[in-house]
Design a protein around this ligand. Structure first.
Ligand code: BGC
Length: 735
């Protein structure tokens, strides 16, 4: 986000004209339903007042007026800086009040959760990152920016950049997986896609990278839980994607709910002020997560609303989402000398800069033309959603070449996930329409494949015994069974942590029954997190990881099932053998007793050491062989060279992965770290020698003082098709 000198000047001149109250108004993000964009009933609201999420004063004011009038009069008085909405009519109405009826006419920002697509919903991030295709990631973000801006949304609460290593945490679905490098590449692509197409006003939005920071490291994978970690860990694992996003010009950040070593991210001056603003140089603003300022009282680090507001403002949190604590307390805090006017001015300068950069002062409204632009989804958006969906699919097992299927095979489909439109879109998609959604059954029907279908059961609810009996009968007359199983959308995303991440409900019974019939079983998985699949891996013939792929899910899955597309997706997160192995991730530090067959090593007696499927893993309908791996050292970089051959009889795409390990560092370093990847396409029998250059400057690490160190010594270099299947070279490196 770059502003011209003239724009910066305009921001300053506005600040000069603003009263303290108007300035504080810019630090206030309101929403029609107050909390996180969700509708709440009167009873729920009472509960929220009781547990402190809404103040009694606000509740009283809202009862006295209607909620709508309440917000309108606040906007008129210049007391709202941003609003949460994806409704263009509503945003135009409110914008008109802000621009034409408030004293200074400052336009509103309209924020919304557009996490993986607006109307054209594409795959959840954990899946999309598995395409290892950053151009594609950029394109899908640009598509979401266009569609949403035409609906009045000019600020996305995305990208979600939490490096997530614990599959129990429901929000693993929203991010790019467990690797800091891949998540950083994802971050760059998404910021570019959202923000960089500035020729047309309706083509870009302000990004809000979240959740800053270490939210995903919550203890036990339980959402909102405490986070405790060494500073080196924070710098090496959790901060890199945010640093990358700031380098690409991210316009804003959202502070996370968790505490980091005892200080909630909302009031954490070290992470907000010192790292994000001073060290990384974010020039946009930081917003709290929903109601998080008030939750600081609940955390037990603030006496009351006023205290929480003072701590947050002083820590560098520029905007309050949902509590109005700033609005009702900061004026008094300034009079009492607890917050300086320069802290307030800094926040306002950042918020106004984003509005200026978005062109809102000149073009505050959504035009009728724009509103009409995406009334139906353009073909190219559907195609892009399909391309990202098909490339996200990961083939986990394929015994006896069960896949691809042949259209003449008799197919039995079981599992209600195959037919439910609302289950393909994934957590946090809110602006989609049923009419755009293509389920697996829809796609099979459309393609004229004749199949039998018995739902039998879904991820929750009962198992229909009659349907099971019918399915078993049909199975004996079928050539193959497609068991569409996994998780419902509500089982991942926010507040969806699970202690048991095996296939839920009665679906395992269904799989076992299908297995008993003797007909080959293909599990088509739909889920928002890595699952524990030991039984499935041992017993089923093929497993296709299809995640929640968005509106084009059905088309994407059938393309892969019938071999129209040769699967190329790779896992962005490790799959454990059992839930109890969590957290399990490929880039872990070494112990003094690495897990092995011998008893006194770091492992579980019942689950061993190795995960079921490692990071970077994914099969194809063809096979690839790696050979001739060399690494040479230049003054400023290391040059990897490896030959990859397609040894099967189909053309296919492979993601060649490059890793490194520092084996003589001053702190224990990960056993492998991804440093680069290249996606290549090879014809049967074709070989290609791939070169990858790793800058030596990127081979260091941060220590507990946050200092970046490059230490001479021995390193291992790896190249391969997954984090576990690699060729290795060892060299001494001099910096
Ligand atoms: C979530 C954020 C989201 C916000 C606004 C919160 O509950 O943690 O990710 O952006 O709500 O909807």
């Amino acid at each position: 986000m770059q502003l011209t000198a003239e724009q910066l000047q305009k921001v300053e001149s506005l600040i000069d004209q603003m009263t303290l109250k108007e300035k504080i108004g810019q630090m206030n993000l309101a929403s029609m339903s107050i909390v996180g964009g969700f509708d709440v009933s009167f009873e729920e609201m009472i509960e929220m007042v009781t547990d402190g999420r809404i103040s009694k004063e606000k509740f009283g004011e809202m009862l006295a007026t209607s909620e709508k009038d309440y917000h309108e009069s606040e906007i008129r008085d210049g007391l709202v800086g941003a609003f949460m909405s994806d409704d263009p009519k509503l945003s135009n109405r409110l914008q008109k009040i802000a621009v034409e009826e408030s004293r200074l006419g400052i336009p509103l920002l309209f924020g919304f959760d557009v996490i993986h697509g607006f109307r054209s919903v594409y795959p959840i991030a954990i899946a999309e990152a598995g395409t290892f295709d950053t151009e594609l990631m950029e394109k899908t973000a640009a598509m979401a920016a266009k569609e949403s801006r035409c609906s009045g949304v000019n600020w996305h609460f995305a990208p979600m950049l939490d490096v997530a290593r614990d599959a129990r945490w429901g929000r693993v679905s929203e991010g790019a997986g467990e690797d800091p490098f891949l998540t950083s590449e994802f971050a760059r692509a998404k910021i570019k896609g959202l923000q960089n197409n500035q020729e047309e006003l309706t083509d870009y939005v302000a990004a809000c990278m979240k959740h800053y920071v270490a939210y995903s490291a919550s203890e036990g994978g339980r959402d909102y839980n405490t986070t405790n970690m060494a500073v080196s860990q924070l710098y090496n694992t959790y901060l890199p994607p945010f640093k990358a996003a700031v380098e690409e010009g991210a316009a804003s950040a959202m502070a996370s709910f968790n505490d980091i070593n005892g200080i909630p991210a909302t009031v954490n001056a070290f992470t907000l002020r010192r790292i994000l603003k001073e060290s990384y140089g974010l020039n946009g603003f930081v917003v709290s997560d929903a109601n998080a300022i008030r939750e600081c009282v609940v955390h037990g680090i603030a006496e009351d609303d006023m205290d929480a507001g003072i701590q947050a403002a002083n820590a560098g949190l520029d905007m309050d989402m949902g509590t109005e604590i700033y609005l009702h307390n900061l004026e008094q805090a300034v009079s009492a000398g607890k917050v300086t006017v320069s802290v307030i001015d800094e926040a306002v300068r950042r918020v106004l800069s984003v509005k200026m950069w978005l062109g809102l002062f000149e073009h505050p409204y959504v035009t009728e033309n724009s509103m009409d632009r995406f009334r139906t989804i353009p073909v190219e958006h559907k195609e892009l959603a399909r391309e990202s969906a098909v490339k996200s699919i990961v083939l986990l097992k394929n015994e006896h070449e069960t896949l691809p299927l042949n259209p003449s095979q008799k197919v039995l489909v079981v599992g209600s996930l195959a037919e439910n439109k609302e289950e393909i879109i994934g957590a946090w998609a809110m602006s989609w329409k049923q009419e755009d959604c293509v389920t697996i059954l829809d796609a099979l029907t459309e393609q004229g494949i004749s199949y039998h279908y018995h739902a039998v059961c879904g991820p929750d609810g009962e198992l229909d015994k009659e349907q099971l009996t019918a399915a078993m009968q049909t199975a004996s007359e079928s050539d193959v069974i497609l068991a569409v199983v996994g998780e419902s959308v509500s089982m991942s995303g926010e507040a969806a942590s699970k202690a048991d991440i095996s296939i839920p409900g009665h679906q395992k019974e269904l799989l076992k029954a299908m297995k008993e019939t003797g007909t080959p079983v293909v599990a088509v998985l739909m889920n928002g997190r890595p699952l524990a699949l030991a039984w499935e891996e041992e017993n089923l013939d093929a497993i296709l990881e299809s995640w929640h792929l968005g509106i084009e899910m059905g088309h994407a899955v059938t393309k892969v099932l019938y071999g129209e597309y040769n699967p190329s997706g790779k896992l962005t997160a490790t799959f454990p053998t059992m839930s109890g192995q969590c957290p399990v991730y490929y880039n872990h530090p070494n112990t003094g007793r690495p897990g092995s067959k011998s008893k006194f090593t770091s492992k579980y007696l019942d689950a061993g050491f190795d995960p079921l499927f490692p990071f970077g893993f994914g099969l194809s309908y063809t096979t690839f062989a790696y050979s001739d791996f060399t690494v040479t050292q230049k003054l400023d970089r290391m040059v990897y060279e490896v030959t990859v051959c397609n040894t099967g009889n189909r053309s296919g795409e492979e993601t060649v992965q490059f890793y490194v390990r520092d084996i003589t560092a001053s702190i224990v370093r990960p056993v492998k770290e991804l440093k680069g990847f290249q996606k290549i396409s090879l014809e049967p029998g074709e070989c290609r020698t791939i070169q990858f250059e790793l800058e030596k400057a990127n081979m260091g690490f941060y220590n507990d003082e946050g200092a970046y160190l490059l230490e001479n010594g021995a390193f291992q270099f790896f190249a391969g098709g997954s984090s576990a299947q690699v060729l290795m070279q060892e060299l001494r490196v001099e910096f």
